[in-house]
Design a binder for this molecule. Structure first.
Ligand SMILES: [Zn+2]
Length: 63
């Protein structure tokens, strides 16, 4: 039987491996965000990018 990972296990793993923010001292979690990019002729494309989120900007990303 597979060992079930609890949410707390996952979070402690994230806290151990994540970089710490030098400003708020909280672990930085990387989330995928989608950014609209104009290609010069008025059309928009969407680019996914990984953004580091900590307590400084967590409100913005609703974490
Ligand atoms: Zn921070």
């Amino acid at each position: 039987m597979a060992k079930q990972q609890t949410f707390a296990d996952k979070m402690s793993k994230v806290a151990k491996t994540a970089k710490k923010c030098p400003v708020c001292d909280a672990p930085v979690i990387y989330v995928k965000t989608i950014q609209p990019v104009e290609n010069g002729s008025g059309n928009y494309r969407f680019r996914t990018q990984m953004t580091g989120v900590c307590k400084c900007n967590g409100q913005e990303f609703k974490i």
